[in-house]
Design a protein. Structure first.
Length: 691
């Protein structure tokens, strides 16, 4: 039996899914994330799955997603990083874009750069914008800089020189000089990490990559050793932010590409569910223990963004964080997670998040030392969670501790326990609906046309009420939604990307040089994917160009398709169509130019459907009654609690009701029709939505 194992390390829980590739059967496991050593939780879930459902030697692939990179950057636990740049550019990380994310905030603050001013070094070598030599390499100077870096105590080096996307020869010469002096020092060069225009963004990305690289490399080595100790000798692949997977070696070399690896898996899981039910407009809603994220996908294709922010000073303020240039599914963080802490803010009102109780100590109801009320505590008091059935009964939730925490928080704002619990739940849902509404509107789309697909441990608890606020009537909850990211990992295609910037007018484009560069990119991607076992004839190629009118500052993406049929006419036509689509008109006499080229190869369609092995799960739990809070009636009432395992395809129910399974709970606290579809997906059709 060929088995594939997926493991996702989240902020609160570590999830595992074991797949029998032949039959499509899956088995599930969850464990609280162990912050001191994430490998402990990974070992717990993998051992639990293999002990019951297969032998280690039958595992042919491991796919892993992790929050390690994000946490390392947020908590500033990376290594001391040296930056080498051109003379005069050493303060770019401080100057940023000279923009204020909040014009009227007199106490505005920005995250400190990851490379300290005393760890920045400069060289006189300089290239012109076209890649020609302005100031030649001074080999002795390169050597002196390398010696100074070695003596500084830096544990990693980032190199970011002017115009490296056009020519990388200066960066590579400098990297070689450093490796001769300090051969064990990891070096990140911008022409490999982020070969795009924009000195600040490129420099920020390269420094961030270097800052976490030794941490991630060590993590991958330890992780592989742990699996080998269990007898699992399969190849280790890692989910990347763009919705594909790559090798552990590539992940260790370019860890900045893993920032959104877990949430990307959740999006793929939602798209898989939607594709099975002919749903064109999808709002993927993934709510875990720490955050909630959302993504819009039309016709099964999520948007890809190439610049995103991390470590924001203001969680929802664009421009308040550090930029990273890397292909990523266009996710938006729309709210808090189950472990997000509620407290009184400076205005004397309830506020939820952004800080989370995580798994240590966790929400108050976990009984592990948490004292502050969280979203999970509120959901428990509202009756949405079963204190004795959490994780299939493997974990007991302490309702009394949750009530004590809520009572203390409520006393500060003049509310009783139940009102505080609903207030927290209401705030979280409204915040998520508001952020998702804005995200959809910014794309020129109408939320009412969408189907919301819920994944994540807390996603099904909140999804129906969030959808109602968005005026979305249809909600889908796929099987094993609580481990949706892992299911996405198992469906993910192998993917490789190459990007380079070169400003060229379309009418004078050097097609011969472009063809050579594309051929080189395809060769590199083919070699990279070969390490994942992908043969060249299985790769599907795509290409795009970032274009603009000459003299403009912003660009838009033009999909090209076949890399062998690029012409100046096709580029011009594609740009004019895209420009008119976005802006309603073109510019008479405007001259199109290319800013950045993107080439990527994908192997696999990214679509896969599964079925839970019912024989392996716990016995079917009989349907029962439970008192839950119904917001439309503003009171607690008894509703039927159904076990998902007891419900067969074709079953139809009337809500309000609660549907439980081991790794999640679907709460339908509004009037609705509930149906079980052929593949086990639960469909909810609301009678009414918000006005």
């Amino acid at each position: 039996m060929g088995l594939r194992l997926a493991v996702d390390v989240g902020g609160t829980f570590t999830d595992g899914v074991l797949l029998d590739d032949t039959s499509g059967k899956i088995w599930l496991a969850k464990s609280l994330t162990t912050y001191a050593d994430p490998g402990n939780a990974i070992a717990t879930v993998s051992e639990a799955l293999l002990r019951k459902h297969g032998a280690a030697e039958d595992v042919t692939q491991l796919v892993h997603g992790t929050t390690l990179i994000t946490n390392t950057l947020l908590e500033r636990k990376g290594v001391r990083t040296a930056l080498v740049t051109n003379d005069g550019l050493e303060d770019v990380l401080d100057i940023r874009r000279e923009l204020r994310f909040d014009t009227y905030d007199l106490a505005i603050g920005f995250p400190a750069p990851l490379a300290r001013s005393e760890d920045r070094f400069t060289v006189s070598a300089r290239l012109a914008p076209d890649g020609s030599e302005w100031q030649p390499i001074d080999a002795d100077q390169f050597k002196r800089v390398a010696v100074r870096i070695r003596e500084s105590g830096a544990a990693a080096v980032a190199i970011c020189l002017l115009h490296a996307p056009v020519s990388d020869r200066h960066e590579r010469a400098l990297a070689d000089a450093i490796k001769k002096i300090a051969p064990l020092l990891p070096v990140s060069i911008s022409s490999e990490v982020a070969a795009e225009l924009g000195e600040y963004e490129r420099m920020s990305t390269t420094v961030a990559n270097a800052y976490v690289q030794p941490v991630v490399e060590h993590y991958m080595q330890v992780l592989k050793s742990r699996f080998e100790a269990q007898g699992i000798l399969a190849r280790l692949d890692v989910m990347v932010s763009n919705g594909g997977f790559t090798t552990a070696q590539q992940a260790a070399q370019f860890p900045i590409r893993l920032l959104e690896s877990g949430p990307a898996g959740g999006v793929l899981s939602a798209i898989n569910c939607a594709s099975a039910h002919q749903t064109r407009h999808v709002l993927a809603f993934d709510m875990g223990g720490t955050t909630a994220k959302s993504c819009v996908a039309v016709d099964g294709v999520p948007d890809i963004t190439h610049v995103f922010e991390f470590a924001r000073e203001k969680r929802f303020k664009k421009g308040s964080g550090l930029p990273a240039v890397a292909a990523s599914i266009d996710l938006i963080e729309i709210g808090a997670g189950g472990g997000s802490i509620a407290r009184r803010n400076a205005l004397g009102l309830l506020q939820v998040g952004p800080d989370s109780a995580g798994s240590e100590p966790g929400p108050a109801c976990y009984g592990l030392g948490g004292k502050y009320p969280t979203v999970t505590d509120s959901d428990l008091v509202l009756g949405y969670l079963d204190p004795d059935g959490f994780l299939g009964g493997a974990m007991h939730l302490d309702t009394e501790k949750a009530r004590i925490a809520l009572k203390e928080a409520g006393a500060l704002v003049g509310l009783d326990v139940e009102s505080t619990a609903w207030g927290i739940h209401d705030i979280v849902n409204e915040n998520m609906a508001s952020a998702a509404r804005t995200h959809i509107a910014e794309k020129g789309l109408d939320a009412r046309r969408f189907t919301l697909v819920a994944t994540g441990g807390a996603g099904p608890v909140h999804a129906v009420d969030v959808a109602r606020r968005l005026r979305i009537r249809r909600i889908l909850c796929p099987i094993a939604s609580g481990v949706g990211s892992c299911l996405g990992f198992l469906a993910a295609p192998a993917r490789g990307d190459r990007t380079w910037s070169r400003l060229e007018r379309v009418d004078t484009l050097d097609l011969s040089t472009l063809s050579e560069r594309i051929h080189l990119a395809r060769t590199e991607i083919t070699e990279e994917l070969a390490e994942t076992g992908i043969e060249a004839d299985r790769i599907r190629w795509e290409c795009a160009a970032e274009m603009r009118y000459l003299g403009q500052g912003a660009s838009l993406e033009v999909k090209i398709g076949d890399t062998h049929t690029i012409s100046t006419a096709s580029l011009t036509d594609g740009f004019l169509c895209a420009y008119e689509r976005d802006f309603g008109r073109t510019v008479p006499g405007g001259v199109p130019e290319v800013v950045t080229w993107r080439v990527w190869g994908i192997a696999g369609d990214g679509v896969r459907h599964y079925r839970v092995d019912e024989d392996a799960e716990s016995e079917c739990i009989a349907d029962s009654k439970r008192s839950i809070y119904l917001p439309s009636r503003k009171s607690y009432e008894d509703v039927t609690v159904y076990s998902r395992r007891s419900m067969k395809p074709g079953a139809e129910l009337r809500a309000p009701c609660v549907i439980t399974e081991i790794e999640s709970t679907l709460v339908v606290a509004h009037d609705a029709d509930v149906s079980i579809l052929d593949d086990g997906t639960i469909e909810v059709m609301l009678d009414e939505v918000a006005a």
